[in-house]
Design a binder for this molecule. Structure first.
Ligand SMILES: Cc1cc2nc3c(=O)[nH]c(=O)nc-3n(C[C@H](O)[C@H](O)[C@H](O)COP(=O)(O)O)c2cc1C
Length: 197
């Protein structure tokens, strides 16, 4: 069993990153429950090193896809995403969604013909994962139509990932005195969620 951990815990708080604490709570519970599982991590450095696609890069990727050259390096993140049994993505709530590095990662894993394809009735997912969890922490309270959450829910539908769950540790910058308690509650939720993975 392979769990893919997309680690976008980019933070000025370093080891005190709330998003990282959420991710750690998830991973700790997951490892206790599934000691045999392999965890593959895509670290923040990898995400931050990705160059957004320009027209020439897209042409090159399309040319590789047209001859089925799926083993090309440009598809390596998409191959890894497609092959994972379960996926957890952790990212802070930035500018109403998440850091740009995660958006660029999505460009790389959204590879037509590999992670999804089109048929007459529209888009069909080709990823193996049954579940994906999205973990995020935000300064403001959670809003019903939080863009990052909606985005990952829709990506799951596109990639064919059957079940989407999320934990939003919200309101952490409203009252500093309450933040530790709020974060702890969210970490407990993340741990409970991981036990079902
Ligand atoms: C660049 C940046 C953008 C942010 N944008 C938002 C935002 O749009 N809404 C919000 O509620 N909080 C926002 N925040 C606050 C963070 O979401 C919050 O402090 C979060 O817990 C940070 O996670 P971390 O401790 O892992 O760094 C932003 C913080 C940063 C650094």
């Amino acid at each position: 069993m392979k769990l893919l951990f997309v680690d976008c815990c980019i933070s000025q708080r370093e080891n005190d990153s709330r998003t990282r604490k959420l991710a750690e709570a998830f991973l700790k519970a997951f490892q206790e429950n599934r000691p045999e599982a392999e965890i593959q991590t895509v670290p923040p450095e990898t995400l931050l090193a990705l160059k957004p696609f320009d027209a020439a890069m897209l042409d090159e990727r399309d040319a590789l896809a047209s001859v089925g050259a799926w083993d090309a390096p440009v598809f390596s993140l998409a191959r890894q995403f497609r092959a994972a049994d379960q996926i957890v993505v952790a990212a802070p709530f930035w500018d109403l969604s998440f850091p740009a590095a995660l958006r660029t990662y999505i460009e790389y894993v959204s590879a037509n013909g590999l992670t999804y394809h089109y048929e007459a009735d529209g888009c069909h997912g080709d990823c193996r994962a049954e579940r994906l969890a999205y973990l995020t922490s935000g300064g403001d309270f959670e809003r019903e139509d939080s863009v990052g959450v909606l985005y990952w829910r829709q990506l799951c539908a596109m990639f064919g990932v059957g079940q989407f769950d999320y934990v939003f540790a919200g309101g952490l910058d409203i009252d500093p005195a309450k933040a530790p308690e709020q974060l702890e509650a969210a970490c407990a939720l993340a741990g409970k969620l991981a036990e079902t993975f």
